[in-house]
Design a protein around this ligand. Structure first.
Ligand SMILES: [Mg+2]
Length: 299
């Protein structure tokens, strides 16, 4: 069979609370211990250097200085969890120029503001060295400022948490059996979430139902495009080597479903408790209903 089913994560396979109430607090709570243990690791040390550079760049463009919260009247600090962001995740724009500068809260550091080249940042090197990366990271976490070195470090902390078994990716109870069954029936399965592909793989690789990665063929994040844009879904279909009409997308968010519809995909809305049913969409209460819909309408 050459049909693909593409799933959103938050509100679709996984509770909205998992990211907000488990993942982000976990990274915050384990920051000090993680840096105490792994601060000398080359990849971690590189991230900390990047944190200092971002902090120094922020100080140069901003008064009050770096550790202050973003301007309350500025762009809204994003509390968007992994995959409900209406636009590309500012920390992972397709190209790290205007997008991050536009999306980050006013006064927040951004990829665009950060010196790219250490050699060109002599002016900032001295002040960067004097900055406490832990304080910067904590301030950014508290203000939910999405900058690349923070996101990278959060990913490393989650990776360690998943590896130790302390973190498990949440899935609604009925998701894993249906995923296995759909895969066994020949459907090609993929994920499209604004959480990074690395975070998606960790979630499904260390889920409450075990390792589901053998069932999932492909992962897409906002590097492919915004979740409300038809071009993103066209790109996903192309990457899967299928016409859009051979793909179906499932999400809790109406604008995302409209993006998939506009690309020519089939779509249906997962209406979990707390989700508002969107007019004009097919509503599915859970993955058992999804399974039945697929059998009836997308066989
Ligand atoms: Mg969602």
């Amino acid at each position: 069979m050459n049909r693909a089913l593409i799933f959103d994560i938050e509100g679709t396979t996984t509770s909205l609370a998992f990211v907000k109430e488990t993942l982000f607090p976990y990274a915050e709570a384990h920051l000090d211990a993680f840096l105490d243990t792994h601060g000398e690791r080359p990849d971690v040390a590189a991230v900390l250097r990047e944190v200092r550079r971002f902090g120094a760049a922020q100080q140069r463009v901003e008064t009050p200085p770096a550790a202050e919260a973003p301007t309350p009247g500025g762009a809204t600090p994003s509390t968007q969890p992994l995959d409900t962001a209406p636009s590309p995740d500012p920390a992972e724009p397709p190209s790290d120029s205007a997008a991050s500068a536009a999306e980050a809260p006013r006064g927040a550091p951004s990829d665009a503001a950060a010196p790219r080249d250490a050699g060109a940042a002599d002016e900032g090197e001295g002040e960067a060295a004097s900055l406490d990366p832990r304080a910067l990271l904590k301030a950014w976490m508290a203000a939910d400022v999405k900058v690349t070195p923070l996101k990278t470090l959060q990913g490393l902390i989650w990776e360690a948490g998943y590896a130790s078994g302390e973190l498990r990716g949440h899935l609604y109870d009925e998701v894993a059996p249906v995923v296995r069954s759909l895969c066994e029936r020949g459907y090609r399965l993929a994920i499209f979430s604004s959480g990074s592909v690395a975070a998606q793989r960790l979630l499904f690789g260390h889920s409450v139902a075990g390792d589901l990665t053998p069932y999932i063929e492909a992962y897409f994040d906002t590097r492919t495009g915004a979740k409300g844009e038809a071009v993103s879904y066209k790109a996903i279909a192309r990457a899967l080597g299928l016409p859009p009409a051979s793909c179906a997308f499932f999400s809790d968010i109406a604008s995302e479903l409209r993006g998939a519809d506009a690309a020519g995909m089939r779509s249906a809305q997962l209406v979990r408790p707390g989700t508002t049913p969107a007019p004009g969409q097919t509503h599915l209460s859970d993955f058992q209903a999804l399974n039945a819909w697929v059998s009836a309408h997308f066989a």
